[in-house]
Design a protein around this ligand. Sequence first.
Ligand code: BG6
Length: 502
Amino acid sequence: MNYIERRHKSVSSRIIPVQPFDYVVFGATGDLTKRKLIPALYHRFKDGQFDEQSRIIGVSRTKLTDAEFQQAARDSIAQFVEKDYQDDKVIDRFVSTFSYVANDVTDPAKWGDLSANLRDDPKIVRAFYLAIAPDLFGPTCEYIQKQGYYRRDARVVIEKPLGHDLQSSIEINGEVSKIFAEDQVYRIDHYLGKETVQNLLALRFANILFEPVWNSAHIDHVQITVAESVGAGTRGYYDESGALRDMVQNHMLQLLCLVAMEPPASDAANALRDEKLKVLRSLKPIANGDVGKMTVRGQYRNGSVDGQVVPSYQDELPDDRKGSRMETFVALKAEIENWRWAGVPFYFRTGKRLASRASEIVIQFRNIPHSMFDHAEGAPRPNRLIIRIQPDEGVKLLMMIKDPGPGGMRLREEPLNLSFAATFQERTPEAYERLLLDVIRGSQTLFMRRDELEAAWMWIDPIRRAWDAATDQPHLYHAGTWGPSAAVALIERDGRTWHEEN
Ligand code: BG6
């Protein structure tokens, strides 16, 4: 089947092939490439979104031949792609697009030569994926430019940690922007690539129902929970970052933006990002004196998760880090100071080693202004909209209905339930599948703009500083629970409770 035929066929199957590309992946032997990038590209290849006209060029310090890199790609597919999707013929074709160049960007004497791998054809999209530590972004961009690989239409993909505070984020972005213009930079927050997160946009802006009540007059508060049952593990990075930088600064603030932003005029990248930026800039600063009241940080002790006994965070740390006060749990109350949201708290909760893996956004509406059912059994409860991000993706609207049958008016709460697994047969693509090919399409809508990132740091920094200056310890919680009791107190002080599935 040629390109046109395939395109025709795939439109009906909703797979739209992209232009051929040369994707250069720096950090080709690293964890991100193995676990996420190669499996994601494999799925897109298998679905026919690109073919052997495209090239994937691995670059890293290790010396490897093309054949060894192709074998590494096979290993990554064997390990990280579900068995049902592993197809030997497709894998052979897929890895034939892989080549490899050894390179040490920090030493011009060891710079690798990509000229035989890159094609000088303007119809072939050129993208550089920097799956490397941010201190190498500057030297890598310089390498790209000095070697003559830069093109005005080339794209560069970078990903967190994009700094550990505002200042370092300005420096990292500054390095990249010496070579690449903002419209060439794709900053990944993989939460934006999740189907359910994009579905938030559809829910809010493709339905008339919600928007008229999406404001402080009708919404009492919002809860955003990203709970993980995994531990922090032995990732050295985590003990420097902690949950505030690892999850809140990026993923959770992005979720907040999508919930709270004004309707953009279009889905053009800047239309959406302008609105997200306004939300971030309207966040009420949590000033020093308020940090104790508005935030809770926790750290897990040993406990039991999914029937397995697991060690404490302290026990997992190497000797030179023992005694670390780094948080593995955060709960906080955020407020947005604008017309739509004044007075509506947004409660965040995220942590490692919690009772289960569950991410969701709960919109708690206000109660009805007057009940005609005072005599009925069961008082009307306020509606709740639950947007389940993972697992069991879906949307649930808790509503009051009449309990069927005779015996007077009895009210009860039941969900209107849209379960994605029950509604759609196809597998849900991983976030990286969408994002990697959006780079090729030249669509920046699901990527963070520099000013968004900086606005997020501006809000996070004072919290971090106050925690670092504090002499108290994080609240300890047992692995396998929902975090420290202080997190429950944070919301209960306001007369509210964390949402629990019944
Ligand atoms: C990453 C964090 O950005 O997101 C990890 O660094 C975290 O600590 C992960 O586990 C969660 O992503 P997901 O897609 O599993 O929810």
